[in-house]
Ligand binder design. Structure first.
Ligand code: ARG
Ligand code: AKG
Ligand code: FE2
Length: 354
């Protein structure tokens, strides 16, 4: 992030009040000439430069209005994922975490499961400190030997609970819709960076990898006596291109760090996703966009649920700054090429040490 933002920008389109022009025109090769698209692209660029975080509206609210940072939002259309599904995903998540520990740990994550499955509170580690959350981690399937030796740790299939009964199906439908939505937002971001609309497809992210985390944060009075920390998830950046955060409507817990080091809350706005950019987009943009530090602290007595979808480059893509971004940032290439899958695996191996 390059500024002292005090709130997270909301992407509001020309007349339409959302990202719908981008969704309506996503496969039009000349979409950049559409006025509505151009306005969304301008806002995406500003949000990514200033904060690295933004809200994308999902709801269909006829003539609802609210005010954030002087934007009055009226008459919103969808981002393409039904709000009923977005809510249902959180609701089955809550049901799963409500189960007894013995039930949850039947799908326990380990090196043998390719780091897929359930992790108890305190098992995930951020900068050496256990995080106060439990989660189910999922990744796009990695078959044996698929990308060579470096993908070995992630080989395996996801571990799904059988209870709640519709859990797996619901999540797989949701993942697929998140992939489609993210691809469209990335086309807007490609234009925002001054590239061609498909700059972030093909060898870079035409066959996107994804990470999916189903997360629960105990409330302050939930009896977790691990008094050593109240941090739900320590300060970190995300690893890939774009994250879509589906968070509980009634608890403010996600915090984003601005330029002067203040923590700015990503206050829940019902019917939106909080989006943020990851390390690979920082590299592609040659630092024009940063992967902003964020953390989670649940100070509420209530249990908080969050489902985070991470849209990533091709697993074996060598990601380096785009020429247009080097030009637009003073002509010096600031980052060497990084293979996305190697970055991911090195992060996972430090998240789970034993
Ligand atoms: N895949 C994730 N974004 N995990 C959450 C971040 C926390 C993780 N322990 C880290 O240090 O990166
Ligand atoms: O719980 C949240 O709001 C965000 C979680 C997060 O940042 C992550 O899992 O990477
Ligand atoms: Fe994150």
């Amino acid at each position: 992030m390059a500024t002292d933002f005090k709130s997270i920008p909301l992407i509001v389109a020309f007349h339409g009040a959302d990202i719908s022009p981008l969704l309506a025109n996503w496969d039009d090769p000349n979409m950049a000439e559409d006025k509505g698209v151009a306005e969304v692209v301008r806002q995406l660029d500003q949000a990514c430069r200033e904060a690295g975080f933004f809200y994308v509206i999902s709801l269909t609210i006829s003539s609802a209005s609210f005010s954030i940072r002087q934007c009055i939002v009226i008459k919103q259309k969808g981002h393409g994922i039904p709000d009923s599904l977005v809510k249902e995903v959180r609701s089955v998540t809550r049901k799963f975490f409500d189960l007894p520990y013995e039930e949850k740990t039947k799908i326990k994550l380990s090196a043998a499961t390719g780091y897929r499955g359930y992790q108890r509170v305190g098992e995930n580690i951020t900068k050496g400190i256990p995080d106060m959350h439990e989660a189910i981690d999922c990744y796009r399937e990695v078959k044996q030997g698929m990308y060579g030796a470096f993908s070995n740790p992630l080989e395996g299939c996801n571990e799904w609970p059988t209870n709640p009964p519709n859990f797996r199906h619901l999540m797989e439908v949701y993942i697929s819709l998140c992939t489609d939505l993210s691809r469209k937002i990335m086309r807007g971001i490609a234009l925002a960076l001054g590239g061609s609309v498909d700059e972030l497809e093909g060898k870079r992210a035409g066959d996107p990898f994804w990470v999916f985390r189903i997360i629960g944060y105990p409330g302050v009075s939930c009896g977790h006596d691990m008094a050593n920390s109240d941090i739900g998830c320590g300060a970190h950046t995300d690893y890939g291109l774009l994250t879509l955060v589906n968070q509980d409507d009634d608890i403010t817990a996600l915090q984003v760090r601005n330029l002067s080091g203040e923590w700015i809350s990503a206050v829940p706005i019902p019917g939106t996703f909080v989006c943020n950019i990851g390390d690979m987009l920082k590299i592609l943009s040659n630092g024009l966009y940063e992967s902003t530090l964020h953390r989670v602290i649940n100070k509420s007595p209530k249990y908080r649920v969050c489902v985070a979808y991470f849209y990533e480059p091709n697993f074996n893509a060598a990601i380096e700054p785009l020429d247009v971004c080097i030009e637009n940032s003073g002509g010096t290439k600031k980052f060497e090429a990084a293979v996305y899958g190697k970055h991911l695996v090195s992060k996972i191996l430090t998240n789970f040490v034993d």
